[in-house]
Design a protein around this ligand. Structure first.
Ligand code: S6P
Ligand code: ZN
Length: 199
């Protein structure tokens, strides 16, 4: 018989379903980003303005068992990005640097097809292909954004340190060094320098 002193209070507090991205539990937090929240993020501002601002672009669920900012803890979350485009550009996350550049992160894809855009402080940008089972180690120095390049929701799990923090401002101001467009069924990684006229 197991005495109560051996019962971990966290055990079974949260449950996840790998494939669907379901994550349930009293302490699970939830947020969603609408097109209207992502103004200035997409290239084609006219297309963004003419679309319904209430369109859901992505949802995030996460669990933070330790205080944000505290050292040594880990957070766990899932993001589901809808399939869709603004002009030729695929739906994507806002993207961020970690406020603490020594704090790395893991992503792993459960469903869908996409690209993980990574960028260093010199704006050098590259992409990793995301597909079911792909595992991505994100160095704490790199900004990260996920783009849904497929026809179903892109779902990925993430694990990151409780004191990673967020720097959204740099991306809001300067964007990434490349964009993911879909034209005639082809997914293209276009360097920002080649599309600067439109931005
Ligand atoms: C947190 C982690 C993810 C993102 C989520 C949404 O470090 O990278 O949970 O927060 O994918 O992206 P964003 O850029 O809106 O935070
Ligand atoms: Zn992150």
């Amino acid at each position: 018989m197991i005495s109560s002193m051996h019962v971990n209070p966290f055990q079974q507090a949260i449950s996840v379903h790998w494939q669907t991205g379901a994550m349930e539990g009293r302490e699970v937090k939830e947020s969603r980003k609408l097109l209207g929240d992502l103004k200035g993020i997409f290239l084609d501002e006219a297309a963004c303005a003419s679309a319904d601002a209430n369109t859901v672009v992505y949802r995030v669920k996460w669990w933070q068992p330790s205080e944000p900012g505290s050292e040594g803890g880990l957070f766990w979350g899932v993001t589901a990005i809808e399939s869709g485009k603004v002009g030729d550009e695929c739906f994507m996350t806002h993207g961020h640097f970690h406020a603490n550049s020594t704090r790395a992160e893991y992503y792993t894809t459960a469903q869908g097809e996409g690209r993980l855009l990574l960028m260093d402080r010199e704006r050098k940008t590259w992409a990793e292909v995301m597909s079911p089972g792909s595992l991505h180690y994100i160095d704490g120095r790199y900004a990260h954004r996920v783009v849904n390049a497929g026809s179903v929701p892109l779902i990925f799990w993430a694990c990151w340190p409780s004191d990673a923090g967020y720097d959204y401002g740099t991306i809001a101001k300067e964007g990434f060094g490349a964009r993911i467009l879909e034209q005639n069924g082809e997914v293209l990684v276009i360097p920002q320098t080649e599309i600067s006229i439109k931005n």
